[in-house]
Design a protein around this ligand. Structure first.
Ligand code: G3P
Length: 284
């Protein structure tokens, strides 16, 4: 069962007299609850679910389940997360590429291709250029490497212009270094596929990073912006859980933060007891 909030921007059509709707791209039927001032609903009703209008109350589909991306250029880490069976995609940045010692055009290209061979979903590859023409040239070359590649563009004036260009060309983008709701709004208006708000770096300067996720969620839902919130700069498992509660579309985190979700001391002690009891009963 999925939470209603996961589908807030999904377009839907409510048939005459009914309270069940089909949602585009969704396999199951959903029940729609109307706010009292809109009840009975004007039928047939078409629209996008948003925070101030119609809400889903019941839903049985895998559409819009929060995605897990790994924030690294380390192939072993990417393979480990993929082997765990929970990984969707990858985000990289110039610092993460440098950390793995990946330099030079040929090596960078080969590395992005190797990452794309491991995962099924999008791989963010960041441009180095900061001028419009340079961003376009680099971005087009990156996008041509593999359909999974998303061009990661910094939140600067030429970056926003480039995102608009890429959007018109059908090239996916991830607007990075987002630290305010206004920046996210601008990127969404330019058609960015993803915005990457940096939670941890806001927390580092005593500003609440999670409030930024909440604000962006509200703004995107108010207007049905399809831009996905890719929560980045995640430092630990509690950030991931908080992002899921706030309705982030994607989280990207280091392997350690993702695997920390597995851990609980009561799981460890409970399992130890089960195994010990079993051994005792079996006379071992
Ligand atoms: O990939 C961008 C972002 O996740 C960076 O995180 O830990 O360097 O603030 P961090």
């Amino acid at each position: 069962m999925c939470r209603a909030s996961l589908l807030r921007s999904a377009p839907f059509e409510l048939p005459q007299g009914g309270n069940e709707a089909r949602v585009e791209g969704c396999s199951g039927a959903i029940k729609v609850a109307c706010p009292f001032f809109l009840f009975p609903p004007p039928n047939p009703l078409k629209g996008a679910l948003n925070s101030s209008g119609y809400k889903l109350t019941d839903f049985n589909s895998e559409l819009n389940i929060m995605k897990f991306f790994i924030d690294t250029a380390n192939l072993d880490n990417i393979k480990e997360a993929q082997d765990l069976g929970i990984l969707d995609g990858v985000t990289t940045n110039p610092s993460l590429m440098a950390k793995e010692g990946i330099t030079g055009d040929a090596n960078v290209i080969a590395h992005y291709k190797a990452i794309c061979d491991i995962v099924d979903d999008n791989v963010s590859a960041e441009v180095i250029a900061t001028d419009y023409e340079g961003i376009i040239k680099e971005g087009e070359a990156l996008a041509a490497l593999n359909p999974k590649i998303v061009v990661k563009v910094p939140m600067i004036k030429d970056g926003v212009k480039a995102i608009k260009y890429f959007t018109n060309k059908g090239i996916k983008t991830n607007c990075t270094l987002i630290f305010s709701a206004g920046q996210a709004l601008l990127a969404a208006k330019a058609g960015a596929t993803y915005v990457s708000p940096f939670l941890g770096r806001l927390d580092d300067i005593s500003t609440d990073g999670l409030t930024l996720i909440e604000d962006i969620r509200l703004i995107f839902d108010n207007y049905g912006y399809p831009t996905q919130i890719l929560a980045a700069s995640i430092r630990g498992p509690l950030h991931i859980v908080a992002c899921a509660k706030l309705g982030a579309d994607v989280i990207t985190a280091p392997l350690a933060a993702i695997t920390a979700l597995l851990k609980h001391p009561l799981t460890d002690s409970g399992l130890a007891t089960f195994l010990a009891d079993h051994a005792k009963a079996s006379g071992k």
